[in-house]
Design a protein. Structure first.
Length: 395
């Protein structure tokens, strides 16, 4: 095979995509695959949604890029809608990705407060140098150290460790970053106890609280923002992934008294906000109604209960809404391969956790179909891992 000129940072499925529609991806060799993670949580309304496509095409026929020297009419609409969902006041800075949205948060923190930034083990905030510094994955960071100084990692949901740290260092804390459901870190859910303690400490010491909603936001967990399941009142919220309807768009929301943190030319982007992505965002946000998000919560419960009834029983099923992790006690590579053969595309995080992030408009029958395929694949993979174990014990 010819040498590739692409950096080998990814591990793509061995599928040549012909087209994709709704929940399904169709390959050039005529197979249909169910996409259980919707482009890593980007496609809230599945592949090729007609309303999103129409809005984008209309915009594209007018222009595709205008730069920040012009203001597209959707910018204000999308910003206002995002702020409305917080039930507070604020302003939005648009970016092109989740990492960029978090970079803007970090830059604002640096301007407003000096001191320590607290993050948690298994938080994921991006792969740029600054956002990697906040990411609680030692293996991802190691080759790139030293990263930003003054970042402290506490164990997730360890109430005692948090209390002790705050008791000793409360006055030094500039900001705390939370990811209410760990997307890449294994779908762990923040405890209510820790969320209460974070708010108590915030009231005592006045640090800034950032909710990273890049993956868990925009209806994914059965609330508009995942922090709304908890007692949290963030000062800064970051979103991306599903926002642009499939095109790159991120946003950082600065709330209440820090709304005007950036003054003229203190931050910026050539590309963001792309007007075509904004057209997608307008449709996405209009469709994320309260009723729709309530239905996401119901579908999430249905998915969870169906996964819990599977045979063989997984080690754990966790998450919120349609952001569900299934922990299995086997080689996830075998499981991914068995699923692929059964026409199901799986995403594995933390070595042995299957991350389900299906399109939010998946219907109940499709959830059944997805879990049936998963259950069958799991059985087959267990069979194969047993054969592998027997084989290796013979040699
Ligand atoms: C919670 C969270 N924050 C930030 C990011 C980084 O987003 P991006 O890959 O768009 O830079 C991700 C990406 O998976 C994420 O899940």
């Amino acid at each position: 095979m010819a040498m590739s000129h692409i950096c080998s940072v990814y591990d793509p499925f061995p599928i040549q995509i012909e087209r994709a529609k709704g929940l399904y991806i169709y390959s050039k060799d005529g197979r249909r695959y169910l996409d259980s993670f919707s482009g890593i949580g980007v496609l809230a309304f599945g592949h090729g949604d007609e309303d999103i496509k129409r809005a984008m095409i209309e915009k594209m026929q007018r222009y595709m890029h205008i730069s920040n020297f012009f203001l597209d009419e959707d910018t204000e609409i999308v910003a206002a809608k995002l702020i409305e969902k917080t039930h507070r006041g604020g302003k939005v800075f648009f970016a092109n990705s989740g990492a960029e949205a978090n970079e803007a948060a970090l830059k604002a923190i640096k301007k407003l407060r000096k001191g320590l930034i607290v993050s948690f083990e298994k938080n994921f905030h991006g792969r740029t140098v600054a956002t990697l510094s906040l990411t609680g994955f030692g293996n991802l960071k190691k080759p790139f150290e030293p990263l930003l100084p003054n970042v402290v990692f506490l164990p997730y949901n360890d109430v005692q460790a948090f209390e002790e740290f705050v008791r000793k260092n409360g006055k030094e804390i500039a900001a705390v970053f939370v990811e209410c459901v760990h997307g890449s870190g294994g779908l762990n859910v923040l405890s209510h106890e820790l969320s209460r303690l974070i708010m108590e400490a915030k009231r005592s010491f006045g640090f800034l609280l950032v909710a990273d909603e890049v993956q868990a936001g925009l209806g994914r967990t059965g609330k508009f923002f995942s922090y709304q399941h908890f007692e949290l009142q963030p000062d800064i919220i970051t979103v991306a992934k599903a926002l642009g309807g499939g095109l790159p768009l991120g946003a950082t929301l600065f709330l209440d008294d820090i709304a005007d943190v950036f003054s003229h030319s203190e931050h910026g982007s050539t590309f963001a906000p792309n007007p075509v992505a904004l057209a997608g965002a307008r449709v996405v946000l209009n469709r994320l109604t309260e009723e729709f998000i309530e239905l996401v919560a119901k579908k999430g419960e249905f998915l969870r209960s169906r996964l819990l009834r599977m045979e063989p029983r997984p080690i754990d099923v966790r998450g919120l809404g349609l952001m569900i992790g299934v922990e299995v006690d086997m080689d996830a590579k075998l499981l991914k391969q068995a699923a692929l053969e059964n026409g199901l595309l799986l995403n594995i995080v933390s070595n042995n956790v299957v991350r389900f992030l299906p399109a939010l408009n998946i219907n109940f029958e499709q959830i059944e179909e997805m879990v049936d395929l998963f259950e069958r694949s799991l059985k087959e993979a267990y069979g194969r891992s047993h054969v592998e174990k027997v084989d290796s014990s013979k040699s």
